[in-house]
Design a binder for this molecule. Sequence first.
Ligand code: APR
Length: 224
Amino acid sequence: MVLTGAGISAESGIKTFRDSGGLWENHRVEDVASPEGWHHDQQLVLNFYNERRKQLLECKPNRAHFALAELENKFDVTIITQNVDDLHERGGSTNIIHLHGELLKARSSVDENLIYDCSQDILEGDKCEKGSQLRPHIVWFGEAVPLMETAVPIVQCAEIFIVVGTSLVVYPAAGLVNYTRYEIPKWLVDPNDMPLPRVPHLKFINEKATIGVDYLVNLLLKES
Ligand code: APR
């Protein structure tokens, strides 16, 4: 089980949220990533995610994404990502849960089950098949995270738990660490010093994702 956050995509050119110069592009988070922001100014929110989508299409997966895909040669890997990019998919991983949604999808702003592929801008007036405005398929602050129900049992069964590039401050995703079994090995890859989760058998690889994940994957493949 691998839990990833913005840090794994940083070396692909996508800004993280909480490092200096973070991703909110001088907007207040609640203006562009909350239901209140959406109701207040749909155009602003659509523009913000349209820009993110354009930027994503110019980025490529990095060594860390590819290395996690290679793990599948010997392990049954599930990636639970907080990222809304598709770099794990493009890196070759096949089993990915996007807890916070996907930038390359749009959905009805009324019926959350009406979800569409979307690699272009979403504009005001773009509607779902039932006539409601489309919005980005992103879980905003204050919204439920429905895929937690899928993620928790997977974490509970995991035999190895790896965390890459997340500050572990946003819940409920950050709480997944606490569902791991006591005895299993846990690894955390991050170049910055951070408060480590208080779980047993945790090893900290204090490196950027491209170095740290590559090292860890080689180690696990060699040991298996
Ligand atoms: N390699 C690995 N980790 C890195 C790298 C790198 N090259 N560069 C930075 N990091 C680390 C930072 O040290 C930090 O711990 O990545 C982490 C990024 O943390 P955040 O910016 O908080 O991103 P994340 O944890 O993914 O945020 C969680 O919050 O804003 C919401 O919904 C959004 O999914 C996001 C969630």
